[in-house]
Structures are given as structure tokens and as C-alpha cells.
Design a protein around this ligand. Structure first.
Ligand SMILES: CC(C)(COP(=O)(O)OP(=O)(O)OC[C@H]1O[C@@H](n2cnc3c(N)ncnc32)[C@H](O)[C@@H]1OP(=O)(O)O)[C@@H](O)C(=O)NCCC(=O)NCCS
Length: 371
């Protein structure tokens, strides 16, 4: 039996959801280029596409919009939990617990798709309520007249987004919505394959995404830009970092061996929004790290990935750095649940093997005879 550490290059399912071309730097959801979706689409429409496999007509889009906007509010028990949980709790722990509580409260018999829409609708509310209550601010209840992205921004910041804020939020969520078979999606599938429920699958996804090797690199990339302080320090910073064997955060990817297309798109929006927010200097630093980093590492196929610019984007939109993985989850939940639905059409319990390297036939000694 062959050992494939990290399950590298092992396929666990066929999929018609997402295709990545790591050599050319292309990403497609259901066959549509991420460049087109980021430019022309929005959260609701791209979520419909990922869940149902086609772009919606007007009626279908309106139906999804209504479901997503009318299911945002949380039960009182969860609002109370969020208000009472310790203020320095990890936002991913709060999100995971709140989704678990939602699972307990959800007693209706609707199908996985309907439950997935409800979960997706509520995640921004959980994140925003926690964000505000830990800062001793009044929570802001959802506004059904706003789109998914606008409402998320509104519940967080207490004001409606500008045009650039609204588009940036939409684009950020579209870019994070799915990425084929990553660790968190696989965690969702392992749980789903036992025929557990969709809340349990999503909780597994959140648990996997919490780890710094998956959802945390964007905060590290942002920290790097803040530490550098001025674009004239970039060259020196990169040299010192690489010479001491440290990695440049937001650079490199297991699949992309060229510029991550999501980073390319994110960069354009970050450039605009940092201008509006008065933190354009951070964009200039990031841009210099991008250019000099490619000069140093590009020949090894190491280029900026989505996390390189997404941290700066989420920061510009008002999120605290420890919340970045939760914002990621608010979008990736669409991909997680779409993959679960796709997998369950042809389910097989996920049960890999381990290669035993221990001893066999050891003699059992009574406690008093052991050293
Ligand atoms: C994402 C990542 C884990 C993918 O790595 P991988 O495909 O498993 O590649 P490896 O970790 O095996 O690294 C291969 C080589 O590239 C180098 N490398 C990879 N990423 C690097 C980075 N960000 N900075 C400097 N060197 C890097 C490694 O040091 C290694 O060099 P060596 O062969 O001389 O030892 C890795 O690029 C990384 O740690 N990046 C920084 C964190 C990050 O941005 N994560 C977000 C990913 S979306």
C-alpha cells in the first residue's frame, strides 16, 4: 500500500463545480472564468451558480435573494450566547459554536440545499454581532432591503457601504467561494459521507479552516505590510526574511505555480479601496513586496496568492485581523455545501487506511509488574 502524506495528488471525488489551472493561473466556477464572475456577477448570483450549476434567470435569482435576505436573523438563544461569550474569544470558535446551536434549533425537515441557504444567510450576522458586542457596540439587525454583501458591511460598520465598498465586498466573497478539494472542503465531505447532517459538515469545515495553514495566512500578510512601515524598507525586509529562512507570507501555493488569478483581481480592488480609506501607503508597500518578491521567488514558481491582498482588503472593509478566517468561511460555506450535495449524489463512506508501524503480540503485564 502506498503512503500519500497529506493526500497529495489523491482525488476523492469527481466534480463539476470548480476547475483550477495552476500552470496558467486560471480558475473557473461551473465553467465560468473567475475574471468574468468578479467583474459582472454578485454574491447571490455566483452562489446560485455554484449550488445549482447554472446562472439563474430573473425569477430564480429573486427567489434565492429572498431566501438569503429573510433568513438572516438569529434565534434569541444565539444572540444571548454571542453577547455573553468572552470578548477575546476566537471568532472562529464563536462561529463554530453558533452554527452548532443553530443545528440544535433547526427542527424542520427541509432538504440540505434549503438548510445550506439558511446557514449561509446567517453567518454574516453571527460574525457582525460578535464583532460589535465585543467592542461594546449595539448590535445592528439585518436589513432585508440590502444585498448579502451590503448587509454584511452594514451590520458590521453601522452604515451602508459606498459603491466601492459594496463592490469590494461582493468581489472578495466571490473570490473565496470555492477552491476545489482543499482541507476544509474535505473535512466537510468526511462528515457528510457518514450521513451526518449539514450543520455538522459545516462545523467540520470551520474547524479545518481555523488552522493557520489554511485560513490564517491573510492576517500574516497584512502584519508584514504594517511591520515594513514604508515602501523604501521593502527590499531590505524581503532580503532579511528570506536569508533567515522565513517565508514571505501570501506567496506560494500548492497548485498555482504562477500568479493566483484571485490575487490579480483582488489587487485592483485593494488599490481603489485603500485610496478611499486613506491607507494607500499599505497598498504601495504590498505592491512593492509583490514586485520584489516575484523577482526573488518567481523563478521557483512562487507568486502572490489570494491571501496576499485579501487581508488588506478585509482590513479596509472594517474587519479585525482575527476575524479574517470567519469572513473567508462566510463565503466558502457555499462551496462546502455544494460539494456535500454533489458528493452525496454518489456517496461512499470516506474511510482511508493507515499503515501500521507499531509492534504486534506484546505481552500484557498486570499493573503491579510494570516498571
Ligand atoms: C502555501 C504553501 C504552504 C505551499 O507550499 P508547497 O507547495 O507545499 O511548497 P513547499 O512548502 O514544499 O515549498 C517549496 C519550496 O518553495 C519555498 N517556498 C514556498 N513558499 C515560500 C514563500 N512564501 N516564501 C519563500 N519561500 C517559499 C520553500 O522554502 C521550498 O524551498 P526549498 O525547496 O528550497 O526548500 C507555501 O508556499 C507557504 O508556506 N506560503 C506562505 C504561507 C501562505 O501564503 N499560505 C497561503 C496559501 S493560499
Amino acid at each position: 500500500m502506498e503512503l500519500r502524506k497529506g493526500l497529495e495528488d489523491v482525488a476523492v471525488k469527481e466534480t463539476a463545480i470548480t476547475y483550477i489551472d495552476g500552470e496558467l493561473g486560471r480558475l473557473y466556477y461551473r465553467g465560468y472564468s473567475i475574471f468574468d464572475l468578479a467583474e459582472f456577477s454578485n454574491f447571490e448570483e455566483t452562489a446560485y451558480l455554484i449550488w445549482y450549476g447554472k446562472l439563474p434567470n430573473e425569477k430564480e435569482l429573486e427567489e434565492l435573494r429572498i431566501k438569503l435576505s429573510t433568513n438572516r436573523e438569529l434565534p434569541d438563544s444565539i444572540i444571548n450566547y454571542i453577547k455573553e461569550v468572552k470578548k477575546d474569544a476566537n471568532p472562529m470558535d464563536v462561529l463554530r459554536t453558533a452554527i452548532s446551536m443553530l443545528g440544535v434549533e433547526d427542527t424542520d425537515n427541509s432538504d440540505i440545499m434549503e438548510k445550506s441557504i439558511k446557514i449561509t444567510s446567517k453567518i454574516p450576522t453571527i460574525i457582525s454581532y460578535f464583532y460589535r458586542s465585543r467592542k461594546n457596540l449595539e448590535i445592528i439587525h439585518p436589513d432585508e432591503t440590502l444585498s448579502h454583501s451590503e448587509n454584511f458591511f452594514y451590520m458590521l460598520n453601522g452604515k451602508k457601504p459606498s459603491e466601492i465598498e459594496s463592490k469590494s465586498m461582493d468581489v472578495s466573497l466571490i473570490l473565496h467561494m470555492d477552491h476545489e478539494m482543499n482541507a476544509s472542503t474535505f473535512a466537510c465531505l468526511v462528515v457528510a459521507s457518514t450521513l451526518s447532517d449539514i450543520y455538522s459538515s459545516v462545523i467540520a469545515g470551520i474547524a479545518a479552516l481555523k488552522g493557520p495553514l489554511h485560513g490564517g495566512a491573510n492576517a500574516e500578510a497584512l502584519k508584514q505590510f504594517i511591520e515594513i512601515g514604508d515602501k523604501k524598507n521593502v527590499e531590505d525586509y524581503i532580503n532579511k526574511r528570506l536569508q533567515s529562512g522565513q517565508r514571505l507570507m501570501g506567496f506560494g501555493h500548492r497548485i498555482y505555480k504562477t500568479y493566483d488569478p484571485r490575487a490579480k483581481i483582488m489587487k485592483e480592488y485593494v488599490k481603489e479601496i485603500t485610496k478611499e480609506k486613506g491607507i494607500y501607503n499599505l497598498y504601495e508597500i504590498a505592491n512593492a513586496v509583490d514586485e520584489i518578491g516575484i523577482k526573488e521567488l518567481g523563478n521557483k514558481g512562487i507568486f502572490p496568492n489570494v491571501d496576499f491582498y485579501s487581508g488588506l482588503m478585509f482590513y479596509s472593509l472594517g474587519f479585525d485581523p482575527d476575524m479574517f478566517p470567519a469572513v473567508f468561511a462566510s463565503s466558502r460555506v457555499v462551496g462546502w455545501t455544494a460539494h456535500v450535495v454533489e458528493y452525496l449524489k454518489n456517496n461512499r463512506l470516506i474511510r482511508p487506511k493507515a499503515i501500521y508501524i507499531g509492534e504486534i503480540g506484546r505481552k500484557y503485564l498486570p499493573l503491579e509488574d510494570r516498571q
